[in-house]
Design a protein around this ligand. Structure first.
Ligand code: ZN
Length: 339
């Protein structure tokens, strides 16, 4: 063989084969370390709490300061629970919220193979409630709670500490977490709202929410306003102010009784899109047509998928634990300690 043939073969070996081996080596290491990360010790028979583990920090984009900050995971969870659930809720509900918030963050963290926040490239999560997950600083807690600050902070801290490291898993992987404020008495399946199907989501009953302030709410629009809002997004619609009632019809409902599709001025719109368009509390809505006015009555607050926070609080008042609450709203899951 000529020397240059050997030379070219050596180059090919260096350029193509060696990096392939290195990359393969890294990715299989990562897969092993990930699968080893979730132990078998379900809540209740945990005997390895004293083991010291360095959990990577969370890189969070803070919408208030417009800065990227790094936080210890458990400190991040305190701020997320404080922002996402009223501190007046029962301790077990706050614990369920802490586990859900921790799971959401870990699922997104790049250190655990997550994709991070897709709006802020450097961040694992952002602090926007309708994007990743709401989060507030201790200063914001002080501003919000004033003389209740110390008591509220200690209660939330306790909920986080008593669930330290625990996350929701399905087949040993952290789940894709969705939760919401108030249901309409039933939760929505994830496929009703998002274009995904996940085995741990289903329609489940969520009783005891009727007294919540956001359970029923009415949104009122003048006929002109209603038409203007619709035509802004659907300019080709033939919707007109006169005889509005005859031009609006709910076409179909989801399994959980929320609006799947509504026809407005000849155009079929998804319930989820209609909700966003008119800033409604939920997709469980009905129309009332009055002289020059459209009234839209909603039941529940939020998308309806996964744990209802108000429902969780009701369960906690009935004596259920945070694990009971999570297992009610997420099917076939385990609550396991990350270590
Ligand atoms: Zn985000």
């Amino acid at each position: 063989m000529r020397w240059w043939v050997n030379f070219i073969l050596s180059i090919v070996l260096i350029v193509l084969i060696i990096p392939t081996l290195i990359i393969k080596g890294f990715s299989s290491d990562k897969a092993e370390s990930e699968s080893a990360a979730f132990g078998d010790d379900e809540r209740g028979d945990d005997i390895s709490i004293t083991r010291q583990v360095r959990v990577p920090d969370v890189a969070m984009y803070d919408h208030t300061t417009k800065k990227l900050v790094r936080l210890a995971l458990e400190d991040y969870v305190v701020g997320a629970v404080a922002a996402e659930m009223p501190a007046s809720f029962e301790l077990e509900a706050l614990k369920a919220q802490a586990v859900a918030a921790r799971t959401l963050a870990m699922k997104k963290m790049r250190a655990f193979g997550g994709r991070g926040c897709d709006k802020h490239p450097q961040a694992d999560v952002c602090s926007m409630f309708n994007h990743c997950q709401a989060w507030i600083s201790e200063q914001q807690m002080k501003n919000n709670w004033k003389d209740r600050y110390q008591a509220n902070y200690e209660k939330i801290k306790k909920a986080v500490e008593e669930t330290q490291g625990y996350i929701i898993t399905y087949r040993d992987e952290p789940i894709e977490v969705f939760y919401h404020s108030t249901s309409n008495g039933k939760t929505a399946d994830v496929s009703e709202v998002f274009s995904v199907s996940l085995p741990y989501y289903a329609v489940v009953n969520s009783p005891g929410e009727e007294d919540s302030p956001r359970y029923r709410q009415t949104f009122t629009f003048s006929n002109d306003e209603f038409v203007r809002i619709f035509k802004k997004s659907y300019p080709s619609s033939n919707l007109s102010v006169s005889n509005l009632a005859s031009q609006i019809k709910i076409k179909s409902y989801t399994e959980s009784g929320r609006v799947r599709e509504v026809v407005v001025g000849g155009i079929t719109v998804k319930g989820t899109e209609f909700r966003l368009l008119y800033g409604l509390n939920s997709t469980d809505f009905k129309f009332r047509f009055e002289k020059n006015k459209v009234k839209i009555d909603t039941v529940g607050f939020g998308h309806g998928v996964g744990m209802s926070q108000v429902g969780a609080n009701h369960m906690a008042k009935q004596g259920y634990t945070y694990v009971d609450i999570l297992k009610h709203y997420y099917k076939g899951i385990e609550v396991k300690k990350y270590r």
